[in-house]
Design a binder for this molecule. Structure first.
Ligand SMILES: Cc1ncc(COP(=O)(O)O)c(C=O)c1O
Length: 403
C-alpha cells in the first residue's frame, strides 16, 4: 500500500475523534483520481469524449474533483437522484449528462427531457414511446437518444456482464431492425447513435478491442438502415487489478488499437464516448476498519472488525477479494492470554449476526492484534454505495478525502 496513505490512516485512527468514535471509514485519494484522468487525457483520441459513470462513486467531493478536470465532458447517470447529486457537486450544465438504465420511470424521463440532458440511452421500444409521448406533451420537437443494443458477442474476460447474453439491458441485437422500425416512426425521437456497454472490469485491452471490432461491423451494417451514426458510446469497462500483482489496463495500447479500428472502418467522423467509473475512482479508495475482536473457534481464527458487509458488500457478493493490509497500532492487550494472529490464514468478518458477513476470507495474515486497522485497497468504486448500509443500523462509515 502507498506509504503516504498508510501513514494517513494510522494518524486518523489515533487522533481524529470522529474516526475513533466510529472506527471504520472510506478514504479517497484525489491525487490518484487526477493521475487516472490525466493518463487517459494523455492517450485518448481527439474524437473520444470521457464521461464519469457516477454509479461508481457519487461522493460529492469526489465528484466535484472529477468534474474539475477539463478532460471530463460530464457524467453518466443511472437515476435522477444521481443527476441531483451532480447538480450539487460541480455539474455546470445539465447538457453534460447521459442517462442510462433499464428501468427509467416516466417521472425520471420527464425530468431529464425538461432539463435538456445530452442523450438518453434508450433501452427498449417502450421507453422510446414514453419519451416520445412526454416530448409531445412538453412541446419538445426532438429528444436526442442513443439506442442501447445488447450486441451478440460475449466479451469473455470481464468481471461482470451486461450484454452478450440474455440480460435486461438494451435491445437485443437479434431484434434490432424490427424494434428500430417502430422507434424510427416516433416523431420526437432523434437517434444519434448507439450505446453498446457490454461488460465491466476488463483488464486486457485486447478483449475490448475485439469487441469493438464486432460492434463496428454491426454499426457499418446498421448504417444502411438507420443512416449515418454520429455517436458510439462504449460505456465503461476498463478494469483494475484486485490482486496484489498490480497489473494495469494498458490505456496507451487501447487507444492505439482503437485508432487503427476507426481508420479501418472509416469512422473518423464519429464521436466515441467512454463512461468510465471503476478505472477513474477504483484505485483511489481505501476501506479501513478497526479490529474489535479476534476469535479462535474450532481450529480457525476469525478477525472481527467494526464494519462488514454493511459497508463493503461486493467482495463476498461477487467473490472478488480485495488486497488486504493490516496497519499495526500497538494497542495494549486487555488480558494476558488475548489471542493474536501470527502467520495464519483467517477470515476477516464484520459485526453483523450472519456468517456471510466477511470482508475477506482465507486471507493469509502475517500479524494482527485487536486495535489494528484492516485496510482493503481498490475500494473507490462500487463499494460504499453498493453496500447494505442500513442493515442492523450500525453507523455509516465516514468518508474522508485526502487532498
Ligand atoms: C451504463 C453504464 N455505463 C458505465 C458504467 C461504468 O462501468 P465501469 O465502472 O466498468 O467503468 C456502468 C457500470 O455498470 C454502466 O452500467
Amino acid at each position: 500500500m502507498n506509504k503516504k496513505v498508510e501513514e494517513y490512516i494510522k494518524s486518523i485512527f489515533s487522533s481524529n475523534s470522529e474516526v475513533m468514535k466510529n472506527p471504520t471509514c472510506y478514504i479517497y485519494d484525489l491525487e490518484e483520481i487526477t493521475n487516472r484522468i490525466e493518463e487517459i487525457e494523455h492517450f485518448k483520441l481527439a474524437n473520444v469524449s470521457l464521461y464519469y459513470a457516477m454509479k461508481a462513486n457519487p461522493n460529492k467531493d469526489v465528484l466535484k474533483h472529477i468534474l474539475s478536470h477539463r478532460a471530463i465532458s460530464g457524467v453518466e447517470i443511472a437515476s435522477v437522484g444521481e443527476l441531483n447529486i451532480a447538480r450539487d457537486s460541480g455539474l455546470k450544465n445539465d447538457y453534460d449528462v447521459l442517462f442510462t438504465g433499464p428501468g427509467k420511470t416516466p417521472v425520471e424521463l420527464r425530468e431529464v427531457i425538461r432539463s435538456g440532458i445530452r442523450f438518453i440511452n434508450v433501452e427498449s421500444v417502450v421507453e422510446a414511446i414514453r419519451i416520445n409521448e412526454i416530448a409531445e406533451i412538453e412541446g419538445i420537437d426532438k429528444v436526442d437518444v442513443l439506442l442501447r443494443v445488447n450486441i451478440n458477442y460475449f466479451l469473455d474476460g470481464a468481471s461482470e456482464y451486461m450484454a452478450g447474453m440474455s440480460t435486461k439491458m438494451g435491445i437485443d441485437q437479434s431484434r434490432f431492425y424490427e424494434d428500430y422500425e417502430l422507434i424510427s416512426k416516433l416523431k420526437h425521437i432523434r437517434v444519434c447513435g448507439f450505446h453498446v456497454f457490454a461488460a465491466d472490469g476488463v483488464l486486457d485491452y485486447k478483449i475490448l478491442l475485439k469487441y469493438t471490432d464486432f460492434v463496428f461491423k454491426f454499426v457499418k451494417e446498421a448504417e444502411k438502415t438507420v443512416g449515418k451514426v454520429k455517436v458510439i458510446d462504449f460505456g465503461g469497462g476498463f478494469g483494475i487489478d484486485y490482486t496484489k500483482s498490480n497489473r494495469t489496463f494498458d490505456t496507451k495500447a487501447y487507444f492505439e488499437g482503437l485508432d487503427r479500428l476507426i481508420k479501418t472502418y472509416s469512422f473518423e467522423d464519429k464521436e466515441f464516448i467512454l463512461e468510465l467509473g471503476k478505472y477513474i475512482v477504483g484505485s483511489a479508495g481505501y476501506y479501513a476498519t478497526q479490529i474489535i475482536d479476534i476469535k479462535d473457534c474450532k481450529g480457525m481464527k476469525h478477525i472481527v472488525t467494526a464494519g462488514g458487509v454493511n459497508h463493503m458488500r461486493l467482495p463476498i457478493a461477487t467473490d472478488r477479494k480485495h488486497p488486504v493490509y493490516v496497519i499495526r497500532m500497538g494497542i495494549p492487550r486487555l488480558y494476558d492470554k488475548q489471542i493474536e494472529v501470527s502467520n495464519e490464514t483467517v477470515d476477516i468478518e464484520g459485526p453483523l449476526c450472519m456468517t456471510e458477513d466477511k470482508i475477506s476470507w482465507d486471507e493469509p495474515v502475517k500479524r494482527a492484534s485487536i486495535g489494528d486497522i484492516v485496510v482493503l485497497t481498490q475500494s473507490g468504486a462500487y463499494c460504499y454505495t453498493a453496500s447494505t448500509l442500513w442493515f442492523l443500523s450500525h453507523p455509516l462509515p465516514l468518508e474522508i478525502i485526502i487532498d
